[in-house]
Design a protein around this ligand. Structure first.
Ligand code: NAP
Length: 306
């Protein structure tokens, strides 16, 4: 029986592992489908304290992993199907493939996954001219036009990054004002390679004979007009869905699926704690996720001590 199983290996998960590791609880971490979490798909992180020159997202996560392992955290690369609480008071954690692990406490730090527009052929186009990760796929689109959809910090960051490769980056946003923080919005709009398309969305992806995206239909949401825009890739940056389905009724969720914390990182189930973007739709920052990971670890320690 494990003392603590931490589900998720993003900022919240690794911070929880560092703290529970240093408390001699030898935490077991389950990585999920995106080891390292969302920061592995970002470029430079300029706002994580302690790195005045900035640090690349993947490098920051590698450092957190090294730090967690130094204090005894073990990482298993597997996906959780379901968590249940037994009558005896511990948790059964069912993994994809059928194995079940047992734990006295569980820290859920599974973050959130990128949203898509919901167009018919969208899922099948992922990797064929449709992606949510500029860092992963940007370099494949050199000297060709691409589009980013969204108006938040992610969209601005992705658009700025993509100007290193693409000939033109269309920034397609459904309103005429960006949601992004002023510094990121100003940076994106000042870049001559970024061309905003306001009050618009993508209403269809158009495909070539090889099944790759060759253009998109852009719909102006004010006039209803549709036009074809030639591009080779669409980077979707319209927000995220929290990864909390596998918890069943062990937790309450808000209307967008985020876990409701009853107090701090506590949930309605004793011994089950939630930290980071899976429960935080307000701040959603690396540093706030890390802070919640720390809090969840301290709560788990306290729970085990009693
Ligand atoms: P976000 O702030 O929720 O922005 C999502 C954007 O997508 C909004 O502009 C939204 O439009 C648009 N959108 C949502 N659903 C849409 C749909 N169905 N069709 C078309 N457009 C749609 O998400 P985010 O940019 O991923 O940022 C999430 C959090 O991470 C934020 O707190 C952000 O500050 C943070 N972040 C920080 C950094 C950084 O500091 N380096 C980088 C990335 C993200 P509306 O504006 O009309 O709602």
């Amino acid at each position: 029986m494990e003392n603590v199983i931490i589900i998720g290996t993003g900022c919240a998960g690794y911070t929880a592992a560092i703290y529970t590791g240093r408390a001699n609880l030898t935490p077991l971490m389950l990585s999920g489908s995106q080891p390292g979490g969302q920061l592995t798909t970002t470029t430079e992180v300029e706002n994580f304290p302690g790195f005045p020159e900035g640090i690349e997202g993947p490098e920051l996560m590698m450092k957190m992993q090294t730090q967690a392992e130094k204090f005894g955290a073990r990482i298993e690369y597997s996906q959780v199907e379901k968590v249940t609480k037994t009558d005896a008071g511990h948790f059964d954690v069912l993994l994809e493939g059928g194995n079940t692990l047992q734990a006295k406490t569980v820290i859920v730090a599974t973050g959130a996954s990128p949203k898509h527009l919901g167009l018919p052929n969208e899922k099948s186009l992922i990797g064929h001219g449709l992606t949510s990760c500029a860092t992963c796929d940007g370099a494949f689109y050199r000297n060709v036009p691409v589009a980013v959809i969204g108006g938040g910090d992610s969209a601005c960051e992705e658009a700025s990054f993509l100007t290193r490769f693409a000939s033109t980056v269309y920034l397609v946003h459904r309103r005429e004002e960006l949601r992004a923080s002023k510094i990121m919005a100003d940076r994106a709009l000042a870049n001559p390679k970024i061309k905003p398309i306001w009050n618009s969305t993508i209403s269809a992806y158009l495909i070539d004979e090889k099944g790759e995206v060759r253009a998109a239909t852009i719909k102006n949401l004010v006039t209803g007009e549709e036009s074809e825009l030639e591009l080779k890739c669409v980077f979707v940056a319209i927000g995220h869905v929290p990864n909390a389905k596998f918890l069943g009724d062990l937790v309450d969720k808000d209307e967008n699926g985020y876990i409701i914390q009853t107090q701090g990182t506590l949930t309605k189930t004793q011994g089950l704690f939630a930290a980071g973007d899976v429960a935080d739709h307000v701040y959603r920052q690396a540093i706030t996720a890390a802070g919640q990971g720390c809090a969840a670890a301290l709560e788990a320690e306290r729970y085990l001590a009693h």
